[in-house]
Design a protein around this ligand. Structure first.
Ligand SMILES: Nc1ncnc2c1ncn2[C@@H]1O[C@H](COP(=O)(O)OP(=O)(O)O)[C@@H](O)[C@H]1O
Ligand SMILES: [Mg+2]
Length: 810
């Protein structure tokens, strides 16, 4: 189908409400329009989730990632996609109670469902191949915070200092702190007023002092900080007067109990809330990330959703601006998270998203069965409304009010009575689309969903669904730390340091933190390399130099230097100490190092290692000729290229609109004219002629140009001219032209369509580079340019327990 790569989303087909009949053609929604956000309302069963699943499917096909918040459990249906549409595929996922209600055994019911889906898709011009494409273009995963059924999410890591872009923005930082603290207190059962409550003020001050310094917090350090905060004053008041130590202790006990609760451990393991890694796989493939929160209680849901939204805001702010859609944030059933009057922690970040996301190409889509649940400010910010069947008069009145308001801001006229009638006529899967970018509202029927809409999945079913994916892709694995400082417990340690024959200087990393009960201090030997590696390339205009400050673990093995495990030393050379902490023990330095290794040979080895390990990897896109910048990862480069390709495509689409819309309009006018003539002459052909005229308008061309608001997209003048021209023609021009044969104009319209398709094909071809193989180019150093300023034996302190488990002590 040609609409696949247009940047338009195939949502359904036009629907004739009066005659209760679907019409020919497509409802193609411009993906760009989603950057002004959308709201989907309708009573239970009206087809909201189906419509929004369609939207997410279309986005995935277009390589656009989504974050889906799923309070009810329906959204994991996005993983039930079966390109072969076999009954065996459906069998494990059918709703058994539905089967028994119909008196069918599961197998027969599965066969029936498979048939239903196949036929359903076919009647909308879709097939297994399209499902295969959907699966290929994106990765699908279910995340389950507080549970390991899907991919668990570690929320402790979420107290990490936000991105620099967010810290730099005072207001955003305050918002972030506010929401984090409110939701954390909510989890403790404390509903706190950010301005009045001393709990809120204290925690906010602690978060602020850490984050502003770029320091991370976790729950255990927070417990500690509550008791001994890094400040003595709050506002103008003494800390001890404002919030005495005794009372602070009871707050920290509450947090400690939370930490100690067995159920809480599931909140601490899993993937960090790192939005970039959630939205894209390591290879840069977009992901539809479904956060299933049905199993959580209200406080936990609020806590998690607020944190997640906060992180989305932070990630978003670190992106470059764009005019095209970059990512979607969808919330199925917004109830309670975005209320009109109250101010739960989730509301602030949602409002921020609605206000700011447009500039970053992030589209927010909110669904609710109850329009009264939605904050009015939020509603008026949404550019698209999908309105399905509504239940109560109050709901209808609310929606009408909103539509009327939107119409008056945009200056278009609004016929309340007609709209009321329309809303009353809507039925299941029939929606009214109000899009500020379109000239008029559209009634349409939602297309058949590719995903098998079996209804809510249980946690157990999510587990069955996700287990194979977790083991295959490693999506569930927590990401590796950049500097895994591991302690080796295999080496012998003693209170005495190995005597060194070599002329290597020795330094100690200062001990920074306190031991847990039962831990003692152990120093482990590392080779410290400090130097510079210049990296230059005339061809790629690169003149850079890398500062090396690395630690290479030394172990008692035949090859003592663990070059492959080298990591960046986080302590500056000036802060290294000359002496160890008293009463610590030392791991043994292998004799090969202690006896042999002169400074000269070590320098040679280190230079060789730097020569082999230090280079700049550049990525080149053969089709666009673009080259990544130094230090840009393949994934980021790919994302950057595809976003700019998407912008180009959207621009090209806009150009096509400008080119074709006036031509189409004037041809249609002529068609209508000649039709009138034909009608007058031959009454009996009338019916057939009408039919033809409709089906010509119902093509892809029609779908793409359809209801577009030409005045906003800049074709305004051209079309008005065309309109006027044909109107003038109608009144004054010769009858000869009016007699132009109906067939002839129809043919011209078909030719226009063909030429449009051709233009479209070349556009699609350009977009193929989204998936292309990138070429890798290395910029290597010259050996003679590498300089080493310091080589030393560096002792790294660890806290070890009796089981030999070690944790960094710096
Ligand atoms: N696009 C669709 N394709 C196929 N079936 C659909 C579609 N939309 C809705 N349905 C059917 O209608 C039922 C109710 O729709 P749903 O989207 O869950 O309603 P809502 O979210 O408004 O409560 C679904 O379970 C499904 O059987
Ligand atoms: Mg629903």
């Amino acid at each position: 189908m040609i609409f696949e790569k247009l940047g338009v989303f195939y949502l359904g087909r036009p629907y004739d409400l009066e005659n209760k009949k679907p019409q020919e053609g497509y409802i193609l929604y411009d993906s760009k329009d989603l950057t002004t956000h959308a709201v989907c309302v309708g009573m239970t069963g009206s087809g909201k989730t189906g419509l929004c699943i369609n939207l997410l499917e279309e986005a995935a096909i277009d390589h656009i990632p989504s974050i889906v918040i799923d309070p009810k459990g329906d959204m994991a249906n996005l993983l039930l996609t079966f390109p072969e549409l076999k009954k065996e595929d459906f069998l494990p996922w059918i709703n058994e109670s539905d089967a028994s209600k119909k008196g069918m055994d599961p197998k027969a019911y599965a066969a029936q469902q498979a048939e239903l889906w196949k036929n359903g898709l076919a009647s909308w011009g879709q097939d297994g191949q399209r499902i295969a494409m959907l699966k290929q273009n994106a990765d699908f995963a279910v995340y389950t915070p507080g549970s390991s059924a899907g991919i668990p999410v570690s929320v402790l890591r979420s107290f990490d200092a936000p991105e620099q872009a967010l810290i730099a923005d005072d207001e955003l930082l305050r918002e972030r702190i506010n929401t984090t603290v409110s939701s954390l207190l909510g989890l403790l059962g404390i509903t706190a007023d950010p301005i009045q409550s001393r709990e809120h003020i204290l925690l906010s001050s602690i978060f602020h002092s850490h984050w502003i310094a770029g320091k991370n917090l976790d729950l255990s350090s927070l417990i500690h900080e509550i008791q001994t905060p890094p400040f003595k004053q709050v506002g103008v008041m003494e800390l001890e007067v404002f919030y005495p130590a005794q009372d602070r202790l009871s707050l920290s006990m509450k947090l400690n109990n939370l930490l100690a609760a067995p159920s809480f451990s599931s909140w601490m393991e899993g993937q960090a809330l790192d939005i970039k890694n959630i939205l894209y796989t390591p290879e840069g493939r977009p992901r539809v990330a479904i956060f299933s929160i049905a199993h959580l209680n209200d406080a936990e849901r609020m806590f998690f959703v607020s944190l997640l939204l906060n992180h989305i805001v932070g990630w978003m702010r670190s992106q470059s601006g764009t005019t095209s859609l970059r990512a979607l944030v969808y919330m199925d059933e917004i109830f309670g998270f975005f209320p009109p009057v109250a101010n739960p922690p989730s509301k602030l970040p949602l409002l921020t998203l609605l206000k700011q996301a447009r500039a970053y190409g992030v589209g927010v889509v909110l669904a609710t069965q109850n329009p009264v649940d939605l904050d009015y400010k939020g509603l008026s910010n949404a550019g698209t409304w999908w309105i399905g069947r509504l239940q109560t008069e109050r709901d209808k009145a609310r929606v009408l009010e909103g539509l009327e308001g939107a119409a008056s801001t945009s200056g278009s006229n609004f016929n309340r009575q007609r709209m009321e009638q329309t809303l009353a006529g809507l039925s299941s899967r029939i929606f009214l689309m109000h899009n500020v970018h379109d000239d008029e509202a559209t009634i349409f029927e939602t297309r058949w969903a590719m995903s098998y809409l079996r209804g809510p999945l249980t946690r157990q079913q999510i587990k069955v669904l996700m287990d194979p994916i977790k083991s295959m892709s490693g999506a569930g694995m927590p990401l590796q730390e950049s500097a895994p400082a591991k302690a080796s417990s295999s080496t012998v340690s003693s209170p005495q340091r190995t005597v060194m024959k070599s002329d290597l200087p020795q330094w100690f990393i200062p001990v920074r933190n306190q031991p847990m009960p039962g831990q003692s201090l152990q120093y482990q030997p590392h080779l410290l390399i400090n130097g510079k590696v210049p990296l230059a390339s005339e061809k790629y205009q690169i003149h850079s130099s890398r500062t090396i400050h690395h630690l290479v673990p030394i172990q008692n093995t035949p090859l003592p230097f663990q070059w492959d495990d080298a990591f960046i030393c986080s302590i500056e050379a000036e802060k290294l100490e000359k002496n160890p902490v008293p009463s610590a023990v030392f791991s043994e330095v292998p004799s090969l190092v202690a006896q042999g290794s002169s400074l000269t040979t070590l320098k040679k080895d280190a230079t060789q290692w730097l020569y082999e390990s230090q280079h700049i990897t550049l990525w080149k896109s053969p089709s666009t000729k673009a080259v990544s910048s130094p230090e840009e990862e393949e994934k980021d480069f790919r994302l950057r290229i595809s976003q700019s390709l998407r912008e180009q495509r959207d621009e090209a689409l806009e150009k096509l609109r400008k080119k074709y819309a006036p031509k189409k309009l004037s041809l249609e006018e002529r068609l209508r004219k000649s039709q009138q003539v034909v009608e007058r002459e031959k009454e009996q052909v009338k019916h057939q002629a009408m039919q033809t005229a409709i089906s010509v308008g119902a093509t892809i061309l029609g779908g793409v140009l359809g209801r577009r608001s030409i005045s906003t997209s800049g074709i305004g003048r051209a079309t008005t001219t065309a309109r006027n021209a044909s109107r003038t023609m109608k009144e004054t021009q010769d009858v000869g032209r009016a007699k132009e044969s109906f067939e002839q104009v129809k043919k011209q319209l078909q030719e226009l369509e063909a030429s449009f398709e051709q233009d479209m094909q070349s556009l699609m071809h350009q977009m193929d580079s989204m998936n292309e193989e990138l070429e890798k180019q290395l910029v290597k150093p010259k050996k003679t340019d590498i300089s080493i300023q310091l080589l030393a034996l560096c002792w790294v302190p660890y806290w070890t327990d009796s089981n030999g488990k070690a944790a960094p002590a710096y």
